[in-house]
Design a protein around this ligand. Structure first.
Ligand SMILES: Nc1nc2c(ncn2[C@@H]2O[C@H](COP(=O)(O)OP(=O)(O)O)[C@@H](O)[C@H]2O)c(=O)[nH]1
Ligand SMILES: [Mg+2]
Length: 421
């Protein structure tokens, strides 16, 4: 399994379908009323956090996602909405706008979803524009354009399992033999004391395990590490306490266990209260009878014990399954689907008029969209646009600024002669 923790991707939502400008046709009725329907909505692009995903590898294979356009209305038949694209990303994926590097959202919780590019609205058919004054509008609206987001995705992998234990117990060794992949951890602010992360695979499942060097070692040496380290352990669901069954200094493994637990309790009550699994390590160095005795004495703590050897990989699979089950149970308990129904690019209704060399430029997301959705080949449609702009106050502002017939007015990608209106 490749591990990629950063990717650049282009997301494009679909354009709305155009509305229809049509009229009833009936026998004996020379010209029926307008009946043009609305176009369909363009497809949205949504990111969905999925804890079964562990890498951004998919985005290495595919750097562009484009949703379909909505279909246009045909006569009085409304256009169909396009299908949305839902893209699954690992929990902990952070989305940035690649243009300005601004963070858009942190998909920190499983099942959290976010519409990153909204599909364009379908254009209105001429039926919509019919009223007592305008009884047979000959124009319809074009579909709204979709959004385009050039994004950078970053994965901040959070550990499900945290490793604790005395120095020399075998934590680093265990992490390396249990890991299928080693993520890059460049983003952690601590270069010297950064936690080591590994992705552990068992069956079809994966979970993330982290060594927390210094958490206990530092504490036992009286080094003040502050609470920064807690951040790494924040999302640890289970702690795996590694015990050396045959310490070189002949100390008692059960005493060592108790000591570390005591230190952890003082360091963080919250961490201390996380579920625990014990790995009795280095079984290759001694005899089963000696381990039986340790296991029996560990019984008082009510914690499951697994006898393993990181050196020979003995007993690792049962341990992986136990850890996975524990992570799974806790995840199921805390799973609160979070739906974020917010759209990134909400249309800004603010607008302004600028004086430019060619004449004037009207700027504003909504007004530019309005123009783009207008069928500029139809005089009625232009007239409708003009009235809308008058209502918003744009025409008044242009007049105020001295615009005269013949002057050029730019709006988005379009230019108009002021007199046309
Ligand atoms: N014989 C044996 N040695 C081990 C085992 N696991 C780790 N070690 C050794 O114990 C020492 C400390 O291991 P390490 O992983 O660095 O411990 P840590 O301080 O807890 O990270 C190293 O020399 C390892 O090679 C094991 O299962 N059997
Ligand atoms: Mg170590």
């Amino acid at each position: 399994m490749a591990f990629i923790d950063e990717a650049e991707v282009n997301f494009i939502s679909g354009r709305g379908g155009d509305g229809a400008a049509t009229f009833h046709r009936e026998k004996h009725v020379p010209r029926g009323g307008p009946n043009g329907a609305d176009g369909g909505r363009g497809g949205n692009i949504t990111l969905l956090a999925d804890r079964n995903k562990r890498t951004l590898y998919d985005f290495k294979l595919r750097a562009e996602y484009k949703a379909d356009d909505g279909s246009k209305a045909v006569g009085n038949k409304a256009g169909k909405d396009a299908k949305d694209i839902v893209i699954r990303v690992p929990v902990g994926t952070i989305l940035y706008d690649a243009e300005d590097d601004e963070q858009i959202i942190d998909l920190a919780v499983d099942k959290m979803q976010y519409v990153i590019c909204r599909g364009g609205r379908g254009g209105r058919g001429n039926l919509y524009y019919t009223n007592s004054v305008r009884q047979s509008p000959s124009f319809a609206q074009r579909g709204a354009p979709g959004d385009n987001l050039n994004a950078r995705l970053e994965l901040k992998l959070m550990a499900d399992v945290g490793l604790i234990g005395l120095p020399n117990a075998g934590k680093s060794t265990l992490l390396s033999v249990m890991s299928a992949a080693k993520p890059k951890i460049a983003d952690y602010p601590f270069t010297t004391l950064a936690p080591q992360l590994g992705v552990v695979a068992i069956g079809d499942h994966t979970f993330v395990m982290a060594d927390l060097p210094g958490l206990i070692e530092g504490a036992s040496e009286g080094i003040g590490l502050g609470h920064q380290f807690l951040r790494h352990a924040e999302r640890n669901k289970v702690l795996l306490h590694v015990i050396d069954a045959y310490p070189i200094d002949d100390s008692d493994p059960v005493d060592n266990f108790r000591m570390i637990e005591e230190e952890l309790k003082q360091y963080s009550e919250e961490l201390y209260n996380r579920p625990r699994i014990i790995a009795l390590n280095k079984s290759d160095m001694g005899i089963p009878e000696a381990e039986e005795d340790i296991i029996e004495r560990l019984g008082q703590f009510g914690v499951p014990v697994f006898v393993i050897s990181a050196a020979t990989s003995q007993g690792l699979d049962p341990l992986k399954w136990a850890l996975w089950k524990c992570v799974e149970e806790i995840s199921a308990e805390e799973e609160i689907p979070i739906i974020v129904p917010t759209y990134r690019n909400d249309e800004g209704s603010a607008w302004d008029v600028e004086v430019i060399e060619e004449g004037y430029r009207v700027v504003g997301k909504r007004i530019e969209r309005l123009v783009e959705m207008t069928n500029l080949g139809n005089r009625d449609a232009i007239h409708f646009l003009y009235r809308k702009m008058r209502r918003i106050g744009v025409i008044e502002k242009l007049e105020e600024m001295g615009a005269e017939p013949g002057d050029t007015v730019l709006i988005g990608a379009f230019d108009f002669q002021y007199e046309e209106w």
